[in-house]
Design a protein around this ligand. Structure first.
Ligand code: TTP
Ligand code: CA
Length: 356
């Protein structure tokens, strides 16, 4: 059995703005684009939500509903920074962390629970630490699956903690509205309601055939979710520290032409991987192994982060040439780039449209 936490910042962007500017605390705050340029609300403080303001609503509408609301332009760099801080705290509690977006993540704490710590205690520590160290509140759901943990974290927002004990999944879901389930959007929900299905219990009571007829391929999966069954694992997203490639030569050589060409090829491979991962780094490293197995590295810091094959190759060749001496034979060459400007574990870019 797994033990999973789902953590989600409350009113994320708006709370960060309120934390950073005491003037905004306790007041309705909307973060998003200007009403004059058809901006939309990215995040609304709970004070603003009392007036019916919601995410994704046109800013103009939001300010009509709540004219005294303070509008703040989004500061995505700031939110990314806070997000990294949350993920770092999560990683101290377990190395199985799966960020879902800047402000949400799953944490698998099965290991800690096996060694005697109740999951609720881990959740409580997490909430205390986030509040003390980041000055922000999160809501946490604790359950035996990702799906139930996510629904649980949402049920008692803001600043909530909901624990669903093992075996209680079905009973917990039973009275909830069908929209709470992954895969049931507003349109599907409206259709189901016309058939008299409004709660997850009513949905869960449907026979297998009904699910297949109604939802096709995803039917069986959805049915499991409605029954509180979900065995999808928490998939770790490790922060990548470097990208590198190396080759052991078929035969040791000191030939500058052969070695430089190899450095070029490795640089190209590294550049391709960097591009795919959308990473650029400031440090280029060259790894060399001599015929007597002595291994050493040389590195250079670039004036700007690089990802282009020619930049990496130029740096690698320059370092390589300095190591060539008559009689010196090499058996391995490696090239790597590190010192990334953007950590890879930012799961997604802020949704930019209309916010500026
Ligand atoms: P959410 O978790 O959906 O919203 P929230 O954190 O503001 O509020 P809560 O969880 O308490 O209900 O989204 C997290 C952040 O993502 C949000 O602060 C801003 C951003 N976001 C957008 O930019 N556009 C959107 O349409 C939504 C829904 C969120
Ligand atoms: Ca949130």
């Amino acid at each position: 059995m797994r033990h999973i936490l789902h953590a989600d910042f409350d009113a994320f962007y708006a709370s960060v703005e309120q934390r950073d500017d005491p003037e905004l605390r306790g007041k309705p705050v909307v973060v998003g684009g200007s009403p004059d340029s058809r901006g939309v609300v990215a995040s609304a403080s709970y004070e603003a939500r009392r007036f019916g303001v919601r995410s994704a609503m046109p800013m103009r509408t939001a300010l009509q509903r709540c004219p005294q609301a303070k509008r703040v332009r989004p500061r995505f760099d700031r939110y990314s920074q806070v997000s990294r801080q949350l993920m770092a705290i999560l990683r101290e509690l377990s190395d199985l962390v799966e960020p879902l977006s800047l402000d949400e993540a799953y944490l698998d704490v099965t290991g800690a629970v096996a060694s005697g710590r109740p999951p609720g205690e881990i959740a409580a520590e997490l909430r205390t630490r986030v509040r003390a160290e980041l000055g922000l509140t999160i809501s946490v759901g604790v359950a035996t699956s990702k799906s139930v943990a996510k629904i649980a974290s949402d049920i008692d927002k803001p600043n909530g903690l909901t624990i669903v004990p093992p075996g209680a999944e079905r009973a917990f879901l039973a009275p909830l509205a069908i929209e709470k389930l992954w895969g049931i959007g507003p349109k599907t929900a409206a259709r189901l309601r016309r058939e008299g299905i409004g709660t997850i219990a009513e949905l869960a009571a449907r026979p297998r055939e009904w699910w297949a007829a109604r939802f096709g391929k995803t039917g069986p999966h959805l049915r499991h979710l409605a029954l509180g069954e979900d065995d999808s694992p928490v998939v770790e997203h490790r922060e990548r520290k470097s990208v590198s490639a190396e080759t052991t030569l078929a035969e040791d050589t000191g030939d500058p032409g052969v070695l430089e060409e190899l450095a070029d090829r490795l640089s190209q491979s590294v550049a391709r991987h960097l591009e795919r991962a959308e990473l650029r780094g400031r440090t280029v490293k060259l790894k060399l192994r001599l015929s007597d197995f002595t291994t050493f590295t040389r590195q250079v810091t670039m004036p700007r982060p690089v990802d282009a094959p020619e930049d990496i190759a130029h740096a690698a060749r320059t370092m390589l040439r300095r190591e060539l001496q008559p009689g010196r034979q090499f058996r391995l060459v490696g090239v790597g780039v590190s010192g990334f400007e953007r950590p890879e574990d930012q799961p997604m870019q802020p949704r930019l449209a209309g916010f500026e």
